[in-house]
Write a protein that binds this ligand. Sequence first.
Ligand SMILES: [Fe+2]
Length: 280
Amino acid sequence: MSLTFMSRPLLIAQITDLHIKPPGALAYGKVDTAQALVRLIETLEALHPRPDLVIATGDLVDGGSPEEYAHLGALLSGLSLPLLVCPGNHDDRVHLRRAFPHQPFATDLACNTRHDLGPLTLLIVDSSTPRQPYGTLDGETLDWLQRELYAAARRRVLIFLHHPPFLTGIEHMDRQNLRDHAQLETLVRRHGDVRLIAAGHVHRPVLTAFAGTIATIAPAPNHAVALDLDGSLAPSFRLEPPGFHLHVWWPETEALVTHLVPVGTFDGPHPFFGEDGKLL
Ligand SMILES: [Fe+2]
């Protein structure tokens, strides 16, 4: 029997590391992150079928200032899809909350959110550590995460957060990953049906196994951290092709499939087969 997908899937577009600056400013003096977000939104809006939800996994702005969040808000006015966010190390929790007043954050200080999407429980976790580049799960977040995973005992869970809980081999980024990865691993293994842990922070697509499940890093719409696996480069970036992750849940088979989608418009689609049904 061939494996086919029949029913409509649930689509979650994960965007990350937008690094919006004040209007007119370039990130690191080089990267027009506002223009990159505009192109990303154009690509998201052109997707068919349309995503059910967009999740932005942190570093929404570059310096955490109200001016940057205002700029982000103006740019996001071009996005018609529902959006949920969590902070990264470049964000400021207080200013982020003010910029997203309608998001139902579940905790008082940390910006944690649960969102139920059909059979899926999405846990959007705040791994930011105020004024530090590395990630942690503070007491408030760990308590909330434990409660939510317990409440979702019979549901499929996807976890979104900024800091990867695993090493990528890019040393200067690994030094600032999720320090509380052991606590996360314990909670994920105890639940037993977490299907994905989706992070950002490294600005490149990465896939690995963690805590008996799949863990990913989504690429950024702007600059990519240079792929340096032997520490031979100073911490640096390249202007590689921008992209995002499209996580697709197929209800009948309960399969989760993640697609790496490049930002932009490209020549095509061109048919493989002619009108006579033969391969061209
Ligand atoms: Fe980050």
